[in-house]
Each structure stands twice: as C-alpha cells, then as structure tokens.
Design a binder for this molecule. Sequence first.
Ligand SMILES: [Zn+2]
Length: 162
Amino acid sequence: MKLKIWTTLFSLTLAQFAWGQTSGNSKLVNTEGTAPEASATSYTVLGATSEQEALVRAQIRIMQPDVYPLRVLFVPHWKYVDTARTFRLHVPAGYTSAMFTHLPSRSVFIDSDRYVSDDSLGYWVAHELGHLAANSASENAADKAAREYRKRLKDAREPDVH
Ligand SMILES: [Zn+2]
C-alpha cells in the first residue's frame, strides 16, 4: 500500500498555524518545547464518535509510541479539506490524504469521512505516530518508526502468534 497516497505531512511555522475558532490557539503555540510530555491518557481526542475515540485510544495504547500526540482531531471531509487549504497543504492533484500530522503542535488530523475500517485506522495512525517519533517529515523515517507500532497492533490482534 502506498502510504503517501493516504498520508500527507506538512510543516509550517507556528505563526501560520491557525486551526480552529476556539481559544485553543494559544495553547497550541505554547506546546513546543515547554509543555509537559503527553502521555498515554493526557492527549485530547476531538470530533470523534465515542466508538472512534475508544478505538483510536485503544490502538495508541497498544502501540506505545515513543512520542504521544497532544491531540487527535476527527474532522468531516469538508473541514479536512478546508484545514488543509488553510495550512496551504500541497496535495498532488488526483488524490486526497486521509490523515496528516502537524509536527510543531503534535496534532493528528483524521478525515472522518474516509474512515474505512478499524484496521486501516490503526495502520495509518501508526504512520502518523512514526512522524512524531522521528520528529521528521520524512516518509521513510515515519514508516520505519511505524513498523514496530504496526507489529504491536498485529500482535494484539493475534495473541497466539509469537
Ligand atoms: Zn507521512
């Protein structure tokens, strides 16, 4: 599977980070370098159904990433596209991504309308967590880190296989 088709990572300066209509902005700006480390439970999941939130939290708990996101945002497709446009995301014509990660704020955005299955969600989230672990926009670095996370997911699904 070509992850690049599904996942786009972009980097921006914090000044350009203009997510949302709420008071969250100041928080986002302050997170870099100064915030206490996010842990297995301290990150925020926004916009998800209770099932989606339970699932993504369970998957992240299983993956035990080296770096946790500070927030995971499920957004409807129109909002996802709108956010990508706001961030001046460059998505090659002909396809759209299902997730992207904003590294400076450790925010993972998920297009909830492209939610396909529980397994694919975990597979893609692993890639985004790989970006965070590597602190890199490199797809190779993200996939390398994601490998171990995907293995943990797989082992959790198949407890008899060792
Ligand atoms: Zn990526």
